[in-house]
Design a protein around this ligand. Structure first.
Ligand SMILES: [Zn+2]
Ligand SMILES: [Zn+2]
Length: 253
């Protein structure tokens, strides 16, 4: 499994840190997790073809996690250049179908994939859920955020990856992350600037430590996180490997 960080930032426009996005190359499966503004551009920079994506996993519907999904749908229908022909799944919390229907109300047929290629799959926003696709097992739990949001765990060919989504510290995320190879965890603000519904470096590290994960990747940084040493703050709690996500960084599992 290979991971490419497409956006390590947030709602705040920031040249070096795109809004949230992640690419996962799993065996027989190309996955995008969240599509904030600029995700498609980062995909171009990373050499990832949008026409080959099998699965889009949306953690929640805050704009910095979904706005390029609209552009993706439009691009997937564009009939004057090479066109997407493969079906694709879109996973999201309860409300995904309503979200999509509202996009259609706004943008019309332009965002409705032709030939029934789009397969929407809602995951419970209130209890643990799971979904299997092409030999991969996807598990989700509700996150502790200001908007219904999911944390995901992906298991395939003996490798495990957990992605927190936007969330405050919570026990469900610790259980979901149990002994995983890599936890990609949100880390919105420094320890000294804690905000509700998000985590700090020490809290992300506590999830990693309690869940005995092998490696922690911190991401989803508001600008104050680049004014401090987030890894040092996290290292005081978790002694395993810690990486600070940067846009276009790649890691192997
Ligand atoms: Zn966010
Ligand atoms: Zn959010």
């Amino acid at each position: 499994m290979k991971i490419t960080i497409l956006g390590s930032g947030t709602a705040t426009p920031f040249l070096d840190r795109n809004s949230s996005g992640l690419f996962i190359q799993a065996p027989d499966l190309k996955i995008i997790v969240d599509m904030g503004a600029g995700t498609l551009r980062r995909m171009c920079e990373a050499g990832i073809d949008y026409k080959e994506i099998d699965l889009i996993m949306l953690t929640h519907f805050h704009p910095d996690h979904v706005t390029d999904f609209i552009s993706f749908l439009f691009a997937s229908n564009y009939a004057y250049g090479p066109m997407r022909t493969l079906p694709f799944h879109v996973l999201g919390p309860t409300g995904l179908e309503q979200f999509f229907n509202r996009l259609v109300e706004t943008f019309g047929e332009w965002v409705v994939p032709i030939q029934d290629r789009l397969i929407l799959q809602e995951m419970s926003a209130t209890s643990p859920d799971e979904f299997r696709v092409k030999g991969a097992l996807l598990k989700s739990v509700p996150a502790a955020h200001s908007f219904p949001c999911l944390s995901y765990r992906l298991e395939t060919e003996g490798k495990t990856l957990t992605i927190s989504g936007d969330t405050d510290f919570n026990e469900d995320l610790i259980r979901l992350s149990e002994a995983c190879d890599t936890l990609i965890c949100e880390c919105s603000m420094p320890d000294s600037m804690k905000v509700s519904g998000h985590m700090t470096p020490s809290e992300a590290a506590l999830v990693a430590q309690r869940a005995s994960v092998k490696r922690l990747i911190l991401t989803h940084f508001y600008p104050p996180c680049d004014a401090i040493d987030v890894i040092s703050e996290a290292q005081s709690v978790f002694q395993g490997t810690i990486l600070k996500a940067e846009d276009l960084m790649t890691v192997e599992l």
